[in-house]
Design a protein around this ligand. Sequence first.
Ligand code: BES
Ligand code: ZN
Length: 885
Amino acid sequence: MCRHQFNADVQSANMDISKGREVLPKNVKPIHYDLTLEPDLEKFGYEGTVVIELDIVEDTTSISLNTLDLNIHSTKVSSGSKLITSSPDVSYNKDTQTTTVSFNETIPAGSKATLTQTFSGTLNDNMAGFYRSSYKGDDGSTRYLATTQMEPTDARRAFPCFDEPALKSHFTITLIADKNMTCLSNMDEASEKEVDSRVSGGKKKAVTFNKTPLMSTYLLAFIVGELKMIETNSFRVPVRVFATPDRDIEHGRFSLDLGARTLDFYEKKFNSEFPLPKMDMVAIPDFSAGAMENWGLVTYRVVDLLFDEKTSGASTKQRVAEVVQHELAHQWFGNLVTMDFWDGLWLNEGFATWMSWYSCNTFYPEWKVWQGYVTDNLQSALSLDSLRSSHPIEVPVKRADEINQIFDAISYSKGSCVLRMISKYLGEETFMEGIRRYLKKHAYGNTQTGDLWAALSDASGKDVEKVMDIWTKNVGYPVVTVTEDEKENAIHVKQNRFLRTADVKPEEDKTLFPVFLGLRTKDGVDEGLTLNKRESNFKVKDLDFFKLNADHSGIYRTSYTPERLKKLGEAAKNGLLSVEDRAGMIADAGALAASGYQKTSGVLSLLQGFDTESEFVVWDELTARVGSIRAAWVFEDDKVKDALKAFQRDLVSHKAHKLGWDFKDSDGHIEQQFKSMLFSSAALSGDSKTLNAAFEMFEKFKNGDRSAIHPNLRAGVYAIVLSNGGEAEYDAILNEYRTAKTSDERNTALRAIGRAKKPELIKRTLSLPLSDEVKGQDIYLPMGGLRAHREGIEALWAWMKENWDALEKKLPPGLTMLGSVVSICTSSFTSKAQMDDIEQFFKQKSTKGFNQSLAQSFDAIRAKAGWLGRDRDDVEQWLKEKKYM
Ligand code: BES
Ligand code: ZN
């Protein structure tokens, strides 16, 4: 077959099948888009015109581009000054979401062409493409704005385009709107003129923005709405924060200032000027993710941008800082340099995650965020990646509906763990030098993972690819089993694939990871030891004290003998271990018990030994581990469950009382979270002192004293009074959801509401997710509390079965949210029989768009069932021995 014919075949299938990816044919390349959009905020539609300049790469008789849910009214193709056709044959392939424009004349390779289309679309309410978002006006009426969410593959929903990250182009955007509206896009305004409206007949303004630099379609954004704004000139270019009129725009001040400082920090760190003329950050009332890094126009969920010091606590502040710094990191990593296809998503998300921690640590060293990293990102990564249904960091994604599913803990958390590991291995300064080289070399271009490794090798002189490739190309991670040889003064270490379900098959245990051992002894940390083989021996001068994976910068779990684990518990008390070591060691022990490497009783003893621990992060992990045991035991006998609760009470109460629950201005950021965490943990495990205090505060609060519950305690107090109270508490908290001013206050109420256990209250909770009272973006919030108790878990699943059609309609697959909801409603179960029921339900249904979440739920349930089978008696025995039963 001649080359030409082969191309024709590929074109007729509307896709290039190289690497199994469904991508557009490569016969043309977009150079510039001139896009005009006129939204109609009354009829929820819009009219558009797009003029795309194309480079003709191969002789062309058809052009395929992406469209979805658009009405194409007219199509014209011209080349130079010559009209090729104004009535081409236009066909649509639903499966690949492509429109193909075919004509009789051949446009020769090497020439240029222009494709012009007029079209109309719906300003949908699915938070994807060009969509509408609503808020309440002064008079109580519902008001709308039009905004966009393109990533990963919804630019095609907004306008016809070549919707792939590697098809970078320039864009000139024009928005037509009423004169009182604010119009925003990636670039600054170039001109404004009066025009006749295409949708309403009257006069409107047409705002044209300056031409963008070379960029990917998924980073485009346009917004039309009535918006309030604050601005700072403390950065080289203006930085602004926008919000709808129902918000207090002053709540954007924290993010505004932090944003300006962060941009300045990044451009110096990266030695690369922020290339756009302004940075706008906008709080959008309906938003599917947390935030989106559109170049120069970052959009946020309201809670992730607006922050009110008076009504929100320390953890909310840290979350806002994290989100802002994450999205701004993308302005370089992702926007300036972009992955060449979605299987490189981790480059974007892993880096932005790592960078937000790095910058947060620089801006707020007293927050000690890297300590928290070990209990946060590291555990998320190790947890998801311990399931058979996990996936490699670099995962082949072929189709649009697969792409959304990889915005998960593997891309974000494991991706950032890999970068943390290599940054520690090379040293942070060398790592950063590599990043600078990478950004410089690939600015305005697209990359693959190998390009990053090459830049890091270049900067360090080390073969980075050799040690890192294995981590990104393979699923999972090892458990390193350590045994000791006292005669030889050596340790023996062996790596095996770690699966939570504890049923690794030989063919799943073939990958040998380069494991940085990070051997800590009394002499310090030996960073040089690497286990490259299955097993090996290493000399240790003094076997009295050693620990592997110092600071837990490696991606693995360490399994010690029970005797060694006891000694490590002692070492922790004697100050020989860092905070990261202590927290990480507890996490490892907990996870290993859950998967049969150790006895759960051993972990319970270990946890018990930590009662004199002084650090927040370690306590956070301690309570998390007790929490996961209690969660796995949630369907067990009440006697055992009560005993576990008593154990938790015993563990935390003393410390909780000692720290207290008064908040002073002088309390540090960590101290605030520490008090709040222990207070809730004690009261929720039945400690009477904290329990009474919670009810006292709530009583005052209910009677109108809004200052009676400190913002740091609010979530805890709600959970406590709902778990132990009745209808009066429920009504008051629901009322708080309905009437509180800030999103954070309202979310806190909604997140807690499911804690109430009475059947009639569960019913009321379950009436919320699909009601008009809860925005689609928040659908999962009222479900959360239900997972804290068995009655709730059962009711939630029954509700999901009953409301599946409505859920599927409200959350169309392709959006990540359906997957999250499936996971929330199924993953709390613990037995084979329950799993069968779930399997049965989904058997006849399409699981497209959430098959990954479902498989992960099944694995999680399987793991818990296995754990209970192994350690049910062991735990009961221990609880009896310790007089908790
Ligand atoms: N690029 C993502 C937003 C996104 C997520 C788009 C999923 C499409 C699908 C953005 O940079 C992001 O990662 N946002 C995070 C916040 C961050 C602090 C982890 C989010 O949305 O939670
Ligand atoms: Zn991101």
